[in-house]
Design a protein around this ligand. Structure first.
Ligand SMILES: Nc1ncnc2c1ncn2[C@@H]1O[C@H](COP(=O)(O)OP(=O)(O)OP(=O)(O)O)[C@@H](O)[C@H]1O
Length: 677
């Protein structure tokens, strides 16, 4: 059985076991699926095709006895010529004096090392007398810990195949293997560790990738399926007429996309199953108002609503805008970390006694002492900023509550179907009428004065500007200092009628509020800020966004920041001040000036930075695959998604005995509360 401990293998004693466990290898199965993280390919190419400074493999005859020179006691240089395609190639080897004994004139040698095309010279890393055996042409390289070596690990894996090879079970039904021309599981695993050639390796990877994706897709789709357990108590019978009246009081008409998303949300509220929906919309596309209508609908069904946002500034802003939208007939409370003492106690008791209809807040909403009377709808804004655990906690505040997640970061489709595959998705892919694209420029630092004068002209026309300072972590004191310095500099640079404000996460809450209010009321004209204003802040009169050291931000983040302007009918500008060093950095700046399409930017960001960085840290809830790569294997992911959906919809996975092993694999993860068949 592959679930047996590795110690059952010949040659795995206590010490080796400890080393393997450091690498998270506990069972035979773990060992067989511990794949190399790369493969070194030793392919002999004609000299004319070798690339300067690449790692290359050449084969030739040694032209003369190697000469050895010592520098000091330990350092040495061994030199000889090899004849390759009738050309004398220089070979140098450092600090391997012993090789002089092995390498003799006339020997056929294979040399691996760094190529210098100008000098026709190879700096040898590895050598071998004679040609490379075909089996050694592709060398797997594993990540190892402690005293474990690649050589030792390969030996152990080889032993595992000898002892347990017959126990490897096929997970996929035969017809899938045939249809997709995939090697069987035993074969694929073997090839991953001992690849005979590139083609076989490609097929092995293809097979394991598909299997990983299929299992993953089955998992999330089954979860979604099972979560739909209907419960009459969940239906929220909201008052259609009241909701419609409310929509009519809005100062604008909803866009088609807003209306469509709203309809989807409302029909989820009405349905007897729990809503688990993601509302995605580009910055400024008008998600907040959709959320507000949904919360209102829930209130008309005599249920409470909660809106959780990632920053205090945003909580305050939503609180104010919902208050003015709803007027007196909805009771709203604001609950953030800074609401303390008596005030907090009063809010908590009002929430518990149903004297509050909607609570808006930050993390403070998920404290243990926050008890709802009957939470009907929980909305989590910018949800990827909250950890998986925090999302769950809010969800559990109301056993029967519907849950809506909102994000302004357009999530590339690839990530959406992996990270959020267990959710329904609504997309607002249309901007309110009259919006103009934000004109974006990339300038060097020597244009700063020009930029500041541009701001001054705009302020004279009654408009406002943000200046974002280089900051990566809000906790970084040094970065905040940048904002403070700039704030002081601008105060002396601009005439006194131009009011400059300062905003950063470390300001006391009431100061933050005061600054934000003054900016909203146009009493502050230029706001120097860190990225705390990145999400959600809505001041339509602000038309200029200047971002310092823009190369330090990811595309998604730059897009979010840029989204703070262009929120009204006024023409807006974004100026990126950046001196990127590498090509990727330059490319990023160029893309920013070329498009304001959040989805396109997100795709580019994903390509440039990889999925891990896209959401930031480990909060993403993204799955980790052993072989598959979400970005590069996108087509396989899509195929697996469709296959999984077909297998579940048609109930094939439950009926057809060929799928028993797959079901069993899914059950092993322990995520399903009841047997699947
Ligand atoms: N249908 C509409 N027509 C005109 N203006 C609208 C419409 N919907 C929303 N707005 C306005 O557009 C601005 C942005 O809306 P909102 O703040 O809801 O966007 P958002 O999607 O939440 O933005 P972000 O992702 O940046 O937080 C607000 O000033 C809002 O009043």
């Amino acid at each position: 059985m592959l679930s047996e401990p590795i110690t059952n293998l010949k040659g795995v004693g206590k010490k080796v076991q400890e080393e393997l466990e450091m690498m998270h290898i506990h069972t035979i199965e773990d060992l067989l699926t511990y794949f190399p993280y790369r493969y070194d390919v030793f392919e002999i190419k004609p000299l004319s095709e070798l690339i300067h400074e690449d790692k290359v493999t050449i084969m030739g005859r040694v032209a003369h006895e190697p000469s050895l020179t010592y520098f000091g006691k330990k350092k040495s240089r061994l030199f000889f010529n090899v004849m390759v395609e009738h050309v004398a190639v220089k070979a140098v080897m450092f600090n391997r004096a012993f090789a002089k004994k092995h390498i003799n004139q006339g020997d056929l040698v294979t040399l691996i090392g760094k190529w210098d095309a100008h000098r026709l010279q190879i700096t040898v890393d590895q050598y071998k007398i004679g040609p490379i055996k075909p089996a050694d042409k592709i060398k797997p390289v594993y990540s190892v810990k402690g005293k474990m070596t690649n050589y030792k690990l390969r030996k152990i894996i080889k032993q595992a195949f000898i002892d347990y090879g017959d126990h490897i079970k096929e997970h996929l039904p035969k017809h899938i293997l045939v249809d997709y021309k995939l090697p069987n599981r035993t074969e694929a695993l073997k090839v991953m560790h001992f690849p005979p050639n590139r083609v076989a390796l490609k097929h092995a990877r293809r097979r394991l990738t598909y299997e990983e994706f299929l299992l993953f897709q089955l998992k999330i789709q089954l979860l979604r399926h099972l979560n739909r357990d209907a419960q009459e108590g969940r239906a929220q019978h909201y008052d259609v007429q009241k909701v419609q009246q409310f929509i009519q009081t809005l100062p604008f008409q909803l866009t088609n996309a807003q209306q469509k998303s709203l309809n989807q949300i409302l029909s989820d509220l009405k349905a007897p199953f729990r809503m688990n929906r993601l509302l995605q919309g580009d910055v400024g596309s008008g998600k907040t108002v959709v959320a507000a209508i949904a919360l209102y609908a829930s209130v008309t069904a005599s249920r409470q609503g909660a809106l959780m946002v990632p920053t205090e500034i945003l909580a305050e802003q939503h609180y104010q805008s919902l208050k003015s939208l709803f007027g007196d007939h909805v009771k709203i409370a604001l609950l953030t970390g800074t609401v303390k003492g008596k005030k907090r106690a009063t809010i908590l008791s009002n929430v518990e006694n149903n004297e509050v209809d909607i609570v808006i807040g930050t993390h403070a909403l998920i404290q243990d002492d926050v008890i709802f009377h009957n939470l009907g709808l929980a909305i989590i804004d910018e949800q990827h900023r909250f950890g998986v655990e925090q999302r769950r906690l809010l969800k559990e505040k109301g056993e029967l509550a519907d849950v809506l997640f909102m994000t302004a970061t357009p999530i590339p489709r690839t990530l959406a179907i992996t990270a959020f595959g267990d959710m329904d998705v609504s997309i607002i892919n249309e901007m309110p009428a009259g919006r103009k694209e934000v004109e974006t420029y990339w300038v060097k630092e020597n244009m700063l004065e020009y930029t500041l004068d541009f701001i001054q002209r705009k302020v004279k026309q009654g408009e406002q500007a943000y200046l974002i300072c280089p900051l990566i972590e809000e906790s970084d004191k040094l970065d905040i200092q940048n904002a403070v310095d700039l704030y002081h500099q601008l105060q002396t640079y601009y005439p006194s009628e131009i009011k400059v404000g300062l905003m950063h996460g470390r300001l006391p809450s009431d100061e933050k509020d005061d600054v934000m209010k003054a900016f909203i009321q146009n009493k502050i004209h230029v706001l120097v800020s860190t990225t705390v204003i990145e999400v959600g802040v809505n001041v339509p009169n602000a038309t200029v966004m200047v971002i310092y050291d823009a190369e330090r931000f990811g595309l998604a983040q730059l897009h979010q920041l840029r989204g703070r302007v262009g929120r009204g009918r006024l023409k807006s500008y974004c100026i990126l001040i950046a001196e990127p060093k590498g090509e990727i950095g330059k490319e990023r700046m160029r893309i920013m000036t070329e498009t304001t399409d959040g989805f396109l930017l997100a795709e580019e960001d994903l390509k440039l930075r990889g999925p891990g960085d896209f959401f930031g840290k480990k909060q993403s809830g993204l799955p980790e695959f052993k072989v598959a790569d979400m970005v590069h294997d996108y087509r396989a992911l899509e195929t697996a998604r469709q296959d999984a959906s077909h297998l579940i919809e048609q109930k094939i996975i439950f009926k057809n005995p060929e799928y028993k092993t797959l079901l069993h694999e899914l059950e092993k993860e322990g995520i399903f509360s009841k047997p699947l068949d």
